[in-house]
Design a protein. Structure first.
Length: 345
């Protein structure tokens, strides 16, 4: 049975506490609008861009966004297919398992979904490696890491999956479980190619199934991609004799903290102090209404003219947008005539 080796440090405890506080702000915000769809979409697009780019994909964030919208982009077939595969897998995260537990068969299916029509040898898609591979520096040829032998792979993956489902793992913070699973999966290196992408989806799926990110708001991959050398070094720092994951888990938790803090800051901008304290429950807003509230938070007020210029719509359409916010008691009118403007209620 797989048994991870790590210890709680002050830094890990601090980060877990910070993450928990940020998550509560997001989930309990009085403004949880229809733009949840937008937050989720943004996170999926950023994840697909960052996670594939870590492994050499050359598409820009704008190109990934265009692909997600069904538009054509100028890029190699493989680069486009890798991104499309990643988008599809994340969009169907809730369907990757038959229940609330991950199986080793699910792992194979995830790899199949991520690598379909991208591998040099199609038979490597969704199957454990049947030839030995090493992790090395493509430029220098230096071997960085030697994973376990081929015949050990199925058993090691099964042991890891069983641990993720175990009572011991259930008692741990889901962030630690996801971090442990991420590292151990990379260490096993069960596939000829696509191990990093599969490991990151595996970790994301654990957080989703454990109820940490059921709305898929958070993009951890951005943190890894922002400093790929730091990501690789954090993985390489783990001593292969002791497999002490403490340093790696500090790094992993820092990534989650940065990701969730970015979402929190956006949500907080949508909530005035009074709204956050209100007990009237959640308020559904459209994307345009969300931007209006953000504008007021930044400028202190907004006029009908501001809304007209912001969205390039008619004055009548602008009044309709603001009237809905007045009806919801999110904003209120101040002044008359040319001095009329709106502030947060």
């Amino acid at each position: 049975m797989f048994n991870p080796n790590f210890k709680y440090t002050n830094e890990i405890v601090r980060l877990l506490t910070k993450i928990s506080a940020s998550r509560e702000i997001i989930l309990n915000s009085p403004l949880i609008p229809k733009w949840e769809v937008t937050l989720r979409r943004d996170a999926i697009i950023r994840s697909a861009h960052s996670s594939t780019r870590i492994e050499g994909n050359r598409l820009s964030l704008d190109q990934v966004s265009d692909l997600a919208l069904g538009r054509e982009v100028m890029a190699t077939r493989k680069d486009k297919q890798e991104v499309l595969n990643y988008l599809k897998v994340l969009e169907n995260l809730d369907k990757l398992t038959k229940g609330d537990k991950i199986t080793d068969e699910d792992i194979l299916n995830i790899h199949r979904g991520l690598t379909e029509n991208t591998l040099e040898n199609p038979s490597d898609c969704g199957t454990y490696r049947n030839r030995y591979v090493v992790v090395g520096n493509r430029l220098t040829g230096e071997i960085i890491f030697r994973p376990p032998e081929n015949e050990e792979v199925p058993g090691l993956v099964e042991d890891l999956v069983e641990w993720v489902k175990s009572d011991e793992a259930e008692e741990l913070d889901p962030i630690l479980v996801a971090g442990v699973a991420h590292y151990e999966f990379v260490r096993i290196h069960p596939f000829v190619d696509g191990n990093g992408r599969t490991a990151r989806v595996f970790a994301t799926l654990i957080l989703y199934l454990r109820g940490f990110d059921t709305k898929q708001f958070f993009c951890i991959d951005d943190y890894y991609d922002s400093d790929r050398q730091a990501y690789y070094k954090a993985l390489q720092r783990v001593d292969q004799k002791t497999l002490d994951l403490t340093d790696w888990l500090e790094y992993f938790a820092e990534g989650v903290a940065v990701s969730i803090d970015a979402v929190k800051e956006r949500v907080v901008r949508l909530s005035s102090e009074r709204l956050r304290k209100a007990k009237r429950g959640q308020i559904a807003l459209t994307e345009r209404q969300m931007q209006i509230v953000e504008f007021i938070n930044q400028k202190g007020k907004i006029t009908v003219g501001d809304v007209t210029r912001m969205f390039k719509i008619t004055r009548q359409a602008s009044l309709k947008e603001i009237s809905k916010l007045v009806e919801l008691e999110v904003v209120k009118l101040r002044g008359k005539g040319r001095g009329a403007h709106y502030v947060l209620s």
